[in-house]
Design a protein. Sequence first.
Length: 256
Amino acid sequence: MFVDTHAHLYLEQFDEDRDEMLQRARENGIEKFYLPNVDSSTIDDMLEMEKKYPEECFAMMGLHPCSVKENYKEELAIVENWLKKRPFVAVGEIGTDLYWDKTYIEEQKDAFRIQANWAKDLGIPIVIHCRDSMDLTIDLVQQEQDGRLSGIFHCFGGSLEQAQKIIDLGFYLGIGGVLTFKKSGLDQTIKDIALNHLVLETDSPYLAPTPFRGKRNESAYIRQIAEKMASVKETTIDEIESKTTKNAAKVFKVVT
């Protein structure tokens, strides 16, 4: 069994063929899908998908940094209300993003700290987005880490030094389609990282792996990422499957 630890399968890109997309994933051995929230506009669709596929889909709750604007306190109040209302597997996705817009970076940092502390109080992990802001986000986690913070640095694409800092903080590295990109350099980085620090993800519908790059991503493509990881780590795909699935269970506190 493979696990897709990060997939936005509730988005409109899947509205025409969601059932078929999930069946393709099952046929490729992917049996669990973790759904990160974006903001208040995505909650209903995410929870509806979880309700429809309760044995396979598991919702997170959080405010994505790209949705942090002037009204972020209002958005956070909605997140907080949901976290009080029912259990979620993680607070996510949260973090910082300096790629699209630097206008609200101070608000992003504040939103991250607030949500990280909610996760600590609830005893659940966080799932971190950090595009063009890896060092900044590592610093934020270091400031908040008191032994209660755990989770995944989603879509990791950093250096070996950054990877080691993340691992030292008790976090996992989310490895997705970027691993298959020829010029990403991620293959060289993860060569020296033990498998017990890695989880697989797609970030569907974004960042499809080679040979599907530029097309809509979907969870079935976990297999392409796993095959590339097996090649880089000079091991079998069965070993990748076993280790990354166990890691996912650990981070999301799943009893196996």
